[in-house]
Design a protein around this ligand. Structure first.
Ligand code: CA
Length: 747
């Protein structure tokens, strides 16, 4: 009796499950073959439901035709629980289709797109919507291999409520193409998306959104980009690269994003009610105006630090009769009702040079409020601004308006309105004819797919747990293997740690000791530490000794992966002593490989002595294509004694202007007998080629090779102050730089 009851119950459950599934998800498909069949047979009004779980190595071709009233839907069984992984992508063509709820992760596209609004060159998508999908670090491991995550072709498509997070390899995150007539005047809508953090690519090709290309820039796209949230989109100079006509950018938020919304090509663009929040982060910018008939109105910009092309508001000079891929003159622009608070740079006639000599004309600049306490010299005028008619603008009493006429000065006071937006006083707003109804146009949580957490780019040093490591052979290797991201490994006072294997870093890790106790690390392999992709390393209060290293040339304390690293890394060396790297020649402190990129390299409070090779040779991208190896190099309060190679060789070749760095800061350092080894090819203790920002101060050289500056692109800023060179040649440079209090002795 009991058995029968159980069986009956089981049957009931089974029936319920089967019915339930079929009622709930009548179009449920479980594998690639049934998906293909379902797409082939899809009729208007059908739903094709991908079963929850991982779909690996699948190239989905969703070619079908719904109708305006009966779309065909391709969706996840549960939004956010269908994972597309491996070598996968999605192509869509036909009309009245909707794709929703898919997550792309753990892989990358084998073709040029992850989601393409076409299935081949001729077969495009129209009236197609993609919503509530996620592409999270679906990045090609080859850093400089190019692809695009979302490419829109066809017309009247919508991309909304999606998350695009963490693209690492080259290629814009999302593009609208106009390459055939069937994709022009397309009226696409791109709205309520979350464009999540994108790391600095250190090359052109790191744009988050591009609409058009220079080739089709005389054509209208008529796309509307609204209510999107751009969060730390730091890929390159252009967050958005507008390259076609008739586009509207309305009510978007740009949060702590490096770069600008650039009207690179195309005319009749409307940029209205966007909020740019810099939070004083370096290189955060606003709006850059180029070309004819552009309108920039009622935008709100605060705390943006970027200068030159990355300024809060930049009006460029053009090239007379510009070729299609250069800079069209600004003609008849309207710039009105914008509010800029504590931004550092408004740039007028930016880029003025022999080629870019066509000044802005017919341009209205009125009712703007631009006040800055962070930089009194807010405005920079690079050329003749007579083609810009200024009227009724407001600036702070401390600021320097670009013209006598058209500006009034007021007390720079800021207070929040009822929506929490910091604004000048009501009276000041009224002066410019502006009201109080300013409000963040869209909140982060209202963008993207609600089911997906919006997290940052990864853990920081010291964010994990702390573990003590006993002295001995390979105890540190083991501890690193067992560690988790952000962990701290603490070594014992004065003890010795021998490495017979290389310590591999697959995530950020701190290795440290108490101050002044300095345990000693020795290695029998050619490399002490290897930073693999995703890895970062911080060393604090350690002695690193080369005495046990193998007798061969080319040893290193730290090395990057030999292969492409699509994740930027950090290396910090704080209060360490690095000594006796003199077994054989070319024993380098850091050995890097091409297609690797450091966010930050910091050396502070450290002593380096008796090194046959170099300390930081960051010069593997020598194709002069605009790539480089480190964004920030900081060397402070450190001593370098008897170093055969260079302490710093920073190389950024090429002339394109799409990147921010490298930035190098050196102060309070001593260099004694640095760079004199015959193998030091650059014949310098330091070389800076293409470095965009260089500050060297309060430092002394003795019996060393000199410092070489090679200024190659952009408008590099180089400040050399309070330096002495004893038995060391003076600085050599091909261009002008700022120098003060430089002593040359005994040469
Ligand atoms: Ca670019």
């Amino acid at each position: 009796m009991k058995k029968i009851v159980q069986l009956t119950a089981l049957c009931a459950v089974l029936m319920w499950v089967m019915q339930g599934c079929s009622e709930q998800d009548p179009g449920l498909v479980k594998d690639e073959a049934s998906l293909k069949l379902a797409i082939e047979n899809a009729q208007p009004g059908d739903e094709i439901v991908l079963k929850n779980g991982v779909w690996k190595d699948i190239e989905i071709v969703f070619a079908a035709n719904g109708t305006q009233s009966d779309t065909i839907v391709l969706r996840a069984q549960t939004p956010g629980e269908v994972f597309i992984e491996g070598q996968s992508n999605l192509g869509i063509s036909g009309s009245y289709l909707h794709v929703t709820g898919l997550v792309f992760r753990n892989g990358y596209t084998p073709t040029s797109d992850v989601i393409a609004f076409r299935t081949n060159k001729e077969t495009l998508a129209n009236h197609v919507r993609v919503s509530h999908c996620v592409i999270d670090n679906f990045s090609n491991p080859e850093r400089y291999e190019s692809d695009i995550w979302v490419t829109m072709f066809g017309k009247n498509n919508r991309f909304d409520h999606n998350n695009l997070i963490g693209k690492r390899n080259r290629g814009v995150t999302m593009a609208v193409r106009l390459n055939t007539e069937a994709s022009q005047e397309n009226n696409h809508r791109i709205d309520y998306n979350y464009f999540g953090p994108r790391q600095n690519l250190a090359s052109n090709g790191g744009e988050t959104l591009r609409i058009g290309t220079s080739h089709y820039s005389l054509t209208n796209s008529n796309s509307t980009v609204s209510f999107n949230y751009f969060d730390e989109c730091d890929g390159e100079l252009e967050i958005i690269s507008n390259k076609s006509g008739g586009n509207k950018y309305l009510s978007n938020v740009f949060n702590k994003s490096k770069g600008t919304l650039t009207m690179r090509h195309g005319k009749n663009t409307l940029v209205e009610n966007n909020y740019f929040i810099g939070a004083r982060k370096a290189n955060t910018g606003g709006i850059r105006v180029i070309n004819e008939y552009q309108t920039v109105k009622n935008n709100y910009l605060i705390g943006l630090t970027g200068h030159r092309f990355r300024g809060a508001l930049v009006v460029m000079n053009g090239v007379p009769n510009s070729p299609i891929n250069r800079y069209n003159q600004v003609v008849d622009a309207t710039i009105e009702g914008n509010v800029l608070i504590d931004c550092d740079h408004v740039q007028l006639c930016a880029g003025s040079d022999e080629e870019r000599s066509a000044i802005p004309v017919g341009t209205k600049f009125e009712n703007n409020i631009m006040m800055s306490k962070t930089n009194a010299n807010l405005f920079t005028v690079y050329d003749d601004i007579s083609g810009i008619a200024f009227s009724n603008n407001v600036t702070g009493t401390e600021n320097n308006p670009p013209s006598e006429e058209g500006f009034v000065k007021v007390d720079n006071r800021i207070e929040p309105n009822e929506n929490g937006v910091l604004l000048p006083s009501v009276a000041t707003m009224e002066l410019a004819g502006l009201g109080q109804n300013w409000k963040l146009p869209v909140q982060k949580k209202k963008t993207g797919a609600a089911y997906y957490t919006k997290k940052g780019l990864g853990p920081a040093f010291g964010s994990g747990k702390t573990t003590k490591v006993a002295p001995g052979t390979n105890t540190l290797v083991e501890a690193a293997l067992q560690s988790a991201p952000g962990d701290v490994l603490v070594l014992e006072n004065g003890a010795e740690y021998l490495l017979t294997k290389t310590v591999a870093l697959h995530h950020p890790l701190t290795i440290m000791a108490d101050k002044g106790t300095q345990p000693r690390l020795l290695a029998e392999k050619s490399t002490f530490f290897k930073i693999e992709n995703e890895g970062s390393l911080e060393l604090i209060n350690l002695i690193i000794d080369g005495a046990q290293s193998p007798d061969q040339p080319g040893n290193a304390v730290v090395s990057t992966s030999k292969y492409s690293m699509n994740r930027n890394y950090k290396l910090k060396v704080i209060d360490c002593k690095v000594q006796d790297l003199k077994i054989n020649h070319s024993f380098n402190f850091l050995k890097i490989y091409p297609s690797t990129m450091a966010d930050t390299i910091e050396i502070r409070g450290s002593d380096f002595s008796d090194v046959t090779g170099s300390i930081l040779s960051m010069a593997t991208e020598t194709d002069d294509l605009g790539m480089y190896n480190a964004e920030y190099v900081l060397i402070k309060q450190s001593k370098f004694n008897s170093i055969g190679g260079a302490v710093a060789d920073i190389y950024r070749g090429g002339r394109d202007e799409s990147t921010f760095g490298p930035n190098v800061y050196i102060n309070e350092c001593n260099f004694i007998e640095v760079g004199n080894d015959k193998r030091n090819k650059i014949k310098a203790s330091m070389r800076f080629l293409g470095v965009q920002r260089l500050d060297i101060s309060n430092s002394q050289w003795e019996s060393s090779a000199g410092v070489k500056l090679q200024l190659t692109n952009g408008e590099p800023i180089s400040n050399l102050n309070d330096l002495s060179f004893e038995n060391t040649p003076d600085v050599v440079s091909n261009g002008s730089y700022n120098r003060s209090n430089i002593k040359i002795e005994g040469n």
